[in-house]
Ligand binder design. Structure first.
Ligand code: ATP
Ligand code: MG
Length: 422
C-alpha cells in the first residue's frame, strides 16, 4: 500500500490536451482568475477523462478566489451552489462550475458535509473521493499536477480512495456506489483495500438517501458496461443490500450482457432487464424505495407485466394485437421480449410477427377515426346511457379488426348488434 496519501512534491506530467472550443474557453476563465491574482486549475473528472483521452463533456474549475470574487470577475454567472462555494460561469455559450478550494467539514450520518471551510488547493484535492478524480491541470504550463497518485492509478486502471477507504466511505456512503460506477464505466479494478472496505460497509449504504442511490444506479445501468457494474455490485455486497430479492445473479448478468448491445437504451428497458426475475411486488418496492420517477416506475412495471403476453402475440385477435402495438412502450416491450427469448432459447416467431406489425401498421391502422360517436347515436335516436361506452368500444374493435371501413357498414353493424330499444 502506498503510504503518504498526499505527496509533498506533486507529480507533474506534461499533457497537451486536444484543443476544443469548450477547453479554449475554460482556459480563458482560468486565465482571468490568474490575472486577478488568484490560483486556478481545471480539476476533477474532466482531467481524468482528458488523460484517458476521452473527451470531457464539461470542465470544472477550482480556485482560491471566493465566490463573491468569482461573481465580480464574471458578470454572467449563476450562483448554483453558493453554500458549497460554487458559481456557474457562463461564457461564449458554454458554462463552467467554478468552485472555491474547500475542505469539507464534518460529515453527519454519512451524508453531506455540514459546513464548508474554504481551504488550500491541497486540501481541496484531499476532500475528493478517488485518486483518479483528484488531478489538477495547470492550463498555462499544460501540466497535470498529481498530489495523490492518481496518474499512477489511471495508468494501472485502479479505483482507490484518497486516504483510508473506511474513513472516506464512513464520511459519505454514496462513494461506495461511485466506486462501482467508475470501475464499471472505465473498466477499472477496485483496489484491494477499497474493495474490502466496501464489502464490510455495504450494509450502511442505506444511510444514503434513496434519490442519490437511484441516480448512481441509473448511471451504472445506462453506462457502457452495466454487466460489469452489476457484477461489481454483487462482488462488493451492495447488490444484496439494494435488491435483496434478486436470487439469481448469474442470469441477471446474462441479461446485462444483452443490454450492452442496445447503445441507446431506454431507462425502463434497462430497469426491466435488471428486475426481470423479481415478483411484481418486489420490483415495485425497489422502484419506490429508491424514488424512481413515476414515468420510470410505471414504464418498468408495465414492461414486466405485459411481457408474458408476447409469447402468444400471434394467437391474439388483430384488435388485441393492435392495442398492444400502439402502446407507447411497445418498442421496448419487443426489445425486452427478444432479449429474454434469446436468453431462454424460446421461440421467436411471435416476436418477429410483432416486430413486422410494429413497423408496417400505420397510425391509421392503429387508431382509426371512429365511424360515429355518441352525438351521432343521439341523433339517430339512441337514449344516452352507459351502453354508449360499450357500443363505442365494440365499434373500435370492429374497426381495428378491419370489419368496418365505411359509415354505411357501421350503421348496419349497429342495427344488428345494438338494435335501438323501442
Ligand atoms: P462524471 O463524468 O460522471 O460527471 P465526475 O468525476 O465529473 O464524473 P462528478 O460527480 O461530476 O463526477 O463530481 C466532480 C468531482 O467532484 C469528482 O471528480 C470528485 O473529485 C468530486 N466529487 C464528487 N462527488 C464526490 C463525493 N461524494 N465525495 C468526494 N468527492 C466527490
Ligand atoms: Mg462531472
Amino acid at each position: 500500500m502506498r503510504t503518504p496519501v498526499i505527496l509533498e512534491e506533486p507529480i507533474r506530467r506534461h499533457y497537451q490536451a486536444p484543443e476544443s472550443d469548450l477547453l479554449v474557453v475554460a482556459k480563458e476563465v482560468v486565465q482571468r482568475l490568474l490575472d486577478a491574482g488568484h490560483e486556478a486549475y481545471l480539476v476533477g473528472g474532466s482531467i481524468r477523462d482528458m488523460v484517458l483521452e476521452d473527451t470531457p463533456k464539461d470542465y470544472d474549475i477550482a480556485t482560491s478566489a471566493l465566490p463573491k470574487q468569482v461573481q465580480k470577475l464574471f458578470k454572467k454567472n449563476v450562483p448554483v451552489g453558493i453554500q458549497f462555494g460554487t458559481v456557474m460561469v457562463l461564457r461564449k455559450g458554454y458554462s463552467y462550475e467554478v468552485t472555491t478550494f474547500r475542505a469539507d467539514g464534518r460529515y453527519v450520518d454519512g451524508r453531506r458535509p455540514t459546513e464548508v471551510i474554504f481551504a488550500t488547493v491541497v486540501e481541496d484535492v484531499e476532500r475528493r473521493d478517488f485518486t483518479i478524480n483528484g488531478l489538477l491541470y495547470n492550463a498555462e504550463t499544460e501540466e497535470v499536477i498529481d498530489y495523490v497518485g492518481g496518474l499512477e492509478d489511471l495508468d494501472a486502471k485502479i479505483i482507490r480512495t484518497i486516504g483510508d477507504p473506511f474513513e472516506r466511505f464512513g464520511e459519505d456512503r454514496l462513494r461506495m456506489l461511485r466506486a462501482v460506477r467508475f470501475a464499471s464505466r472505465l473498466s477499472f479494478a477496485l483496489e484491494d483495500d477499497t474493495m474490502k472496505a466496501i464489502q464490510q460497509m455495504a450494509p450502511r449504504i442505506h444511510e444514503v438517501s434513496g434519490e442519490r442511490i437511484q441516480q448512481e444506479l441509473m448511471k451504472i445501468l445506462q453506462g457502457a458496461n452495466p454487466r460489469r457494474g452489476v457484477a461489481l455490485l454483487a462482488e462488493t455486497g451492495l447488490l444484496k443490500e439494494l435488491i435483496p430479492a434478486m436470487e439469481d445473479v448469474q442470469t441477471c448478468l446474462h441479461r446485462m450482457e444483452r443490454l450492452e448491445h442496445h447503445t441507446e437504451r431506454d431507462e425502463t428497458l434497462s430497469l426491466a432487464m435488471l428486475l426481470f426475475d423479481l415478483s411484481r411486488d418486489d420490483a415495485e418496492d425497489f422502484l419506490q424505495r429508491y424514488r424512481f420517477s413515476n414515468d420510470h416506475t410505471k414504464g418498468t412495471l408495465t414492461l414486466l407485466e405485459q411481457h408474458p403476453q408476447l409469447a402468444t402475440f400471434s394467437e391474439k385477435s388483430i384488435a388485441e394485437q393492435k392495442k398492444l402495438v400502439r402502446q407507447p412502450y411497445a418498442h421496448n416491450l419487443l426489445l425486452l421480449g427478444i432479449d429474454i427469448a434469446t436468453l431462454q432459447e424460446t421461440p421467436l416467431e411471435s416476436l418477429h410477427d410483432m416486430q413486422r406489425k410494429l413497423t408496417n401498421w400505420t397510425k391509421d391502422d392503429l387508431r382509426p377515426t371512429p365511424l360515429f360517436n355518441g352525438n351521432d347515436l343521439k341523433t339517430w335516436g339512441y337514449q344516452p346511457g352507459p351502453h354508449f361506452k360499450e357500443i363505442i368500444f365494440a365499434l373500435e374493435v370492429a374497426q381495428l379488426e378491419g370489419h368496418l371501413t365505411e359509415l354505411i357498414q357501421a350503421k348496419q353493424w349497429l342495427q344488428e348488434h345494438f338494435p335501438k330499444e323501442v
